[in-house]
Every structure is written in C-alpha cells, then in structure tokens.
Design a protein around this ligand. Structure first.
Ligand code: ZN
Length: 175
C-alpha cells in the first residue's frame, strides 16, 4: 500500500536533477469558458516548480463540478489519483519512483511459519515491485533464501517472481 506520493521522474530545467515531489497543490486558470489546470511539482534539489498538465483549454462545462472542487481544494488524494493515471503520465512524459513510498502490510504474523502456505498479495495501488523482494520481506526470508526456494520449486506462483509486477498475485511457499 502507498504511504506517500511517489516521486515524479522528470528533468529539471534549472539544475538537471531528475526528481520532483508533488505536495498536492494545483493551479487552475480559467479564461472565458476555457479552463487549464496543472498539478504542481517541486524539484527535490533546487525547489524549482514544474507544472503537470491535468486539463488543457477544456470547456469548463465539460468538467465535472466535483473535479473542479477538488482542484480548487488542492486535494492530495486527487494528486495521487492523477499520478497513477497512465494518461496523465504519458501526456506529461513522466515516470514515477515508488522507492520508499509504499509498505508491505502482512496483516500480522498469521501462519507464516507453517510448513506450507498459500498467500494472496493485493496491491492498493499499481506499485511496481519485485515479487521476490516482497515475499522475502513478508515471510522473513533473506533474498538469497527466497531465490533458492524458487530454484528448488518450493516457492511457486503462476506469475514470474523474478520480474517486476504491480498486479495482485498468489504464491505458495513450502519450507
Ligand atoms: Zn532543480
């Protein structure tokens, strides 16, 4: 589950840093019947502000009033939703850095020390993670142990555990 907003990967024109932080502030500019809206992001090194386009010369009547309210209220939940929207990311040519912006909730110790367990992993947001790392952390294994168990066929899943994943999956672990 996310713990905070991910960093935005984008080149800073002022200092050539590549990481920006969104703090949930928006700028809205209405001109006659047209509206522009941006999500503001700050360079993590020099503090320079960049604008990510949310609405571009859009007829104000075609914008849901609820969305307008959230833009004007600088709704941080809206900022999170927009950053997770692939359309917004593509339009602004940004990627996200989720390092340190999520945590694994195992729901307590449970039956993790049983001989064989089947576990469902549910993503609260589409956060790209390495399943092996997640499993190692959740089952109190070292990464090397998790990799050895995979090689020995005692850690199995329908998904490829060595890649990156952001969709729900299940795995079985036999110690
Ligand atoms: Zn900068």
């Amino acid at each position: 589950m996310p713990t905070c907003l991910p960093l935005v990967l984008r080149r800073c024109h002022a200092c050539a840093s590549e990481r920006f932080r969104a703090d949930g502030k928006f700028r809205v500019n209405a001109h006659h019947k047209l509206i522009d809206a941006w999500l503001l992001v700050l360079c993590t090194v020099c503090g320079d502000t960049a604008k990510l386009t949310v609405l571009e010369r859009t007829n104000v009547r075609s914008v849901r009033p609820e969305l307008l309210d959230r833009l004007h209220d600088n709704d941080p939940v809206l900022a999170a939703e927009l950053l997770r929207d692939p359309v917004v990311r593509r339009r602004n040519r940004i990627a996200l850095d989720w390092d340190g912006a999520w945590r694994l909730d195992t729901g307590g110790p449970g039956d993790l020390d049983r001989e064989a367990i089947e576990v469902s992993v549910c993503f609260a947001a589409r956060i790209p993670v390495r399943p092996v790392r997640l499993i190692a952390e959740g089952c109190a294994l070292s990464r090397a142990e998790a990799e050895r168990l995979t090689a020995e066929g005692r850690l199995v899943s329908a998904v490829r555990l060595s890649g990156r994943l952001s969709d729900d999956f299940t795995f079985t672990l036999k110690r």
